[in-house]
Design a protein around this ligand. Sequence first.
Ligand SMILES: NC(=O)c1ccc[n+]([C@@H]2O[C@H](COP(=O)([O-])OP(=O)(O)OC[C@H]3O[C@@H](n4cnc5c(N)ncnc54)[C@H](OP(=O)(O)O)[C@@H]3O)[C@@H](O)[C@H]2O)c1
Length: 329
Amino acid sequence: MKAAVVTRYGSPDVVKILDAPKPTPESGEVLIRVHAATVNRTDCAELRAHPFFMRFFQGLLRPQRTIFGLDVAGVVEAVGAEVVAYKPGDRVFGMCPSRRNGAHAEYVSVPGRSIAAMPEGARFEEAVVCEGAFYANAVLRRIDLKPGHTILIYGASGAIGTALVQLAKSSGATVTAVVATRNVKLVQTLGADRVVDYTAEDFTHIGETFDFVVDAVGKISFFRCRRLLKPDGIFAATDLGPWGQNLMLVMWSLITRNNRVVIPTPRRIDGFVGFLKSRMEAGEFRAIIDRKYPLAAIADAYRYVETGQKVGIVVINVAEADERAQVAY
Ligand SMILES: NC(=O)c1ccc[n+]([C@@H]2O[C@H](COP(=O)([O-])OP(=O)(O)OC[C@H]3O[C@@H](n4cnc5c(N)ncnc54)[C@H](OP(=O)(O)O)[C@@H]3O)[C@@H](O)[C@H]2O)c1
């Protein structure tokens, strides 16, 4: 099969389209003919092994797995002996575990528990949404967002940000989104109650306080946002923040038990893909697609995602166009 193979850490130039062995599903696994995947910030971090400590998990000198790609949508080709929920021909979507080869290839084998049947009526490229939503969901679970809560989401136009806006609205919270001018209309259509254009006004002086402030792009600091928080409000970050300060603040929060700063990290995939499917079918979650690339141009997709300017997701169309058209949507 054709695959985007990475044998050493580096820039997008190290990603090569090569022939690789087609995987064989183990007993609890499902072999998927990949139709769509994404290049996202997690893939970019894995490619460059940045931050450095990632090497302790994914390979000290070179990546242990050579095919990346977390998001997948496609058609079941074969199933392992223990799989009863899926059969060849089923349309599925979900996430590939980070320790096994991923979806930047024509085929991928994934555990049955990390996928679900495609949402009713969705196209494959509309279903490769798990990565951003997985992080967003971890944030909302960690802060235990409830109806009536108020939340400010900074950087609401990225993969995590657009997912946060939609899932927070779906939880019944009142959402204020902070984005650049070009993304104001988008976040309004996603349901944000108030939108602040950070290029036109200082979002820290908008005359409101919030139960939660979330930095979805790793660009702001707790100290800058402190005045936006209610007395027992929480600052949640998706990144280590400027000079890694969020890590220090989390440690300080743990020592003092004031719980003011958190960096939620997603743990278990079980049940998450099914949850997202239910939100999509309820019309409460949809893909925001920025650019699409064929697998052969995946290095260009990495280059674009690394700019930090993408809006929502960047799709990799793996199956040939005519083959995609043969599948009834
Ligand atoms: N280490 C990891 O494995 C890992 C994994 C996933 C995510 N993350 C981190 O989580 C964060 C979000 O990830 P993501 O995938 O959602 O990011 P993303 O999709 O790349 O976010 C890009 C969006 O952020 C906006 N943006 C850029 N600079 C901004 C600024 N200064 N203020 C406000 N908005 C800004 C951009 O629009 P405008 O420029 O037009 O505002 C763009 O729409 C990133 O910091 C990423 O590093 C880390």
